[in-house]
Design a protein around this ligand. Sequence first.
Ligand code: NAP
Length: 239
Amino acid sequence: MLGGTREGRVLAARLAGDARYACMLSYAGRTENPELPDLPHRVGGFGGVAGLGEALRQYDALIDATHPFAARISANAVEAARLAGVPLLRWVRPAWEGDWIEVADMTEAANALGPVAKRVFLTIGRLEIAAFRSAPQHHYLVRAVDSFDHGLPNAALITARGPFALADELALLRDHEIELIVSKNAGTSATHAKIEAARMLGVPVIMVARPTLPPAHEVETLEHVLTWLHASSGSERGE
Ligand code: NAP
C-alpha cells in the first residue's frame, strides 16, 4: 500500500487484524514526524519504476492510496504494476466541488492573485511554494505540517496538521485578515473547513486542479477497496 495519507492509515489499520492479508504500508518520508501505524511499514522512495517493480515481487496486489497530487508515485505505480504483473487499485478521494477560481497549476495560481498586494493564505504544502516567489507583492500566511524555508520575502509560517475545525479556520481567516486563499483540490474532509470558512466570510478561493494521472482501476471508498482486495486475492488463490 502506497500511503502518506489518511486513507493509507485507515486501510492499514483495517487490514492489520485480518489474517488473510500481510500488508506493508509505504511512506515517502516527507514529513518529520509522520503518524506511523502500529503495523508493518517502510519509509523512503523505491528508486523509480524499476525499484518499485522489484519491491512488488514480494506482493500479490498494490494499492495506491497516495495523495491526489502525488502524481509521480501514482504514475510509477501504474507502470511498475504492469511490468510486475501485479494488480493495481487506486483509492482516490472524490474532488471537492464548489464555486471558486480554478487554475491548472501553482504558476497559474500565483498569476491569478493579481498585481495588487493582498493578504493570501497559502494552504498548498511546501513542495511547490517557490511558484509564489514570482508574486512578492503579496503578504502570505503559509501553513504546512513542518517548518521549512519558504523563501518568500513577505510571509508568516504556521505549522499545523489537520483535521481543522470550522471555528478555528474562521478565526484564522479573520485574525490574519485574509483576502484570498490558495488551495489544492485535495478532496479530504480533514482540510475542507477552510473552504467552508472562506465561503462564509466571502473570501475568494483559488483552487489548483488535480494533476492528470494515467488510467488505473479507481475506487473512492474503503468498502470498494476491501471488495477489490478480496476478489483479487481470491482469484490469486483460485477460490
Ligand atoms: P510524488 O511527487 O508523486 O513522488 C515523488 C517521489 O517520492 C516518488 O517518485 C517516490 O520516489 C517517492 N514516493 C512518493 N510517495 C511514496 C510512497 N508512498 N512510498 C514510497 N515512496 C514514495 O509525491 P509527493 O507529491 O512528493 O508526495 C509524497 C508523499 O506525500 C506521498 O506518499 C503522498 O501521498 C504524500 N502527500 C502528498 C501531498 C501532496 O500535496 N503532494 C499531500 C499530502 C500527502 P521513488 O521514485 O524513489 O520511488
